[in-house]
Design a protein around this ligand. Structure first.
Ligand SMILES: Cc1cc2nc3c(=O)[nH]c(=O)nc-3n(C[C@H](O)[C@H](O)[C@H](O)COP(=O)(O)OP(=O)(O)OC[C@H]3O[C@@H](n4cnc5c(N)ncnc54)[C@H](O)[C@@H]3O)c2cc1C
Length: 381
């Protein structure tokens, strides 16, 4: 009955489904959760506040193709995301930038350090913390030490269970030091939130006569693999299968589990108009949680009460109810991933797509572009 089966209704699965359906395929989307949208899913909580169930998601990109694609399914609430860090009770902008510098040092010292930073790296540059720490000028290393100690070290330990040196450099480079007065967390030209929320955007994307969506279905109960052959409900299936779930789980974790960091979200509704005056406050030197998000500041919603969420990271074990959020990039894990990928590559009509199936961190925009890239290829075949 179907030409294509897509496993997972996150960004990757929804974009792929829409593209294949528009190319004339009959597409079935199987999603194990009771809702679409994957980790970008949002909903009104019992107090009518729009919350992101799996942590705050802000769309940002410099790629017109990703922005234009999503704009077919949503209007935008233009929003320049700003984050502050709570450092011993004082709120300072992060990424650390020239505004932060002037809050941390007295005027004379800050002016002197600012001059040195601009001379060393140039205005508007983005400098990874580990690079700043290796600079030959002791004054620059002094700033680096402040940033390392107060913004990176404890936060990274909480988030990853490892020091900034132990984790993949690409992770710390996501939050560089900015030689600029721009307090925004992301500097890309397009940033904002889907005006009515992410879930309506994905709903519009899946609203196509060629797409059927089944939620609450673990695809492994419908699909099976034997050698190179895929079976759907016990019958040989020759159409394309796009898998966006964890690759190890597709093969019953036979070589061992791929490691991930998970998160526990602790939501709280408060009968007050405002809690923290900011969308996100990172707790970089204290507390067990990494950050508090106050949703109204992300979405622009007006309401007499407010909902916040605290995020507690922990090591994913695969126990029921746990969600694998962040793959842990290192050589050993990559080798394990490659073993699973070798198994998958033996099945010619199954394709991996997404942050889980590819065991790689992707932002929403990158995910849209990868889904378009894969479906562009499949549409030609
Ligand atoms: C806490 C957090 C905050 C983030 N914030 C941002 C942000 O601000 N901006 C940004 O651009 N990106 C952000 N991201 C990244 C963003 O979440 C990802 O880019 C995006 O969700 C990836 O989409 P996906 O479809 O690959 O994965 P997912 O959203 O995880 O979707 C995969 C889907 O597959 C389903 N699935 C898995 N296995 C099966 C199975 N066997 N059968 C059926 N269904 C299955 C899952 O239930 C899930 O719904 C954030 C990520 C996290 C973890």
């Amino acid at each position: 009955m179907f030409d294509s089966v897509i496993i997972g209704a996150g960004v990757a699965g929804c974009v792929a489904a829409r593209e294949l359906a528009e190319a004339g395929r009959e597409v079935l989307v199987l999603e194990q959760r009771e809702h679409i949208g994957g980790n970008c899913y949002d909903e009104l909580d019992e107090h009518g506040i729009l919350i992101h169930k799996y942590g705050p998601h802000i769309f940002h990109t410099r790629e017109p193709r990703a922005y234009d694609y999503l704009s077919r399914f949503t209007k935008w609430y233009a929003f320049g995301h700003e984050v502050v860090a709570n450092v011993h009770g004082t709120l300072i902008p992060v990424p650390f930038n020239l505004n932060t510098l002037h809050m941390v040092y007295d005027k004379e010292k800050a002016d002197e350090l600012e001059k040195k930073l601009i001379e060393a790296f140039g205005m508007e540059s983005r400098v990874p913390i580990l690079k700043l720490r290796q600079h030959s000028d002791p004054d620059i290393r002094q700033i680096a030490d402040y940033v390392y100690e107060n913004i990176f070290l404890h936060y990274t330990m909480k988030q990853w269970g490892q020091t900034p040196e132990e984790i993949d450099p690409a992770v710390t480079e996501r939050v560089p030091v900015l030689i600029s007065y721009d307090n925004r967390y992301f500097q890309e030209p397009y940033q904002g939130m889907p005006l009515d929320g992410y879930t309506p955007m994905f709903k519009a994307m899946l609203d196509h006569p060629g797409i059927r969506v089944m939620t609450g279905v673990d695809a492994r109960t419908r699909l099976s693999f034997e050698g190179e052959q895929v079976f759907f409900d016990g019958k040989a299936f020759e159409g394309e299968v796009i898998y966006t779930g964890p690759l190890d789980e597709l093969f019953d974790c036979r070589f061992g589990r791929l490691p991930y960091r998970s998160l526990h979200f602790d939501f709280e509704y408060l009968e007050q108009e405002d809690y923290q005056g900011h969308s996100v406050v990172n707790y970089t030197v204290s507390e067990d949680f990494t950050r508090i998000t106050e949703f109204k500041y992300l979405t622009g919603q007006k309401a007499p009460g407010t909902t916040i969420v605290r995020e507690y990271p922990f090591a994913y074990t695969g126990a029921k109810g746990e969600i694998p959020y962040y793959s842990i990039a290192n050589e050993e894990n990559q080798k394990l991933y490659e073993r699973y990928k070798e198994l998958l590559d033996k099945i010619p009509n199954v394709y991996v797509l997404g942050r889980l199936a590819e065991y790689k961190y992707y932002n929403i925009d990158a995910m849209v572009l990868r889904a378009l890239m894969l479906t562009d290829r499949l549409k030609k075949s």
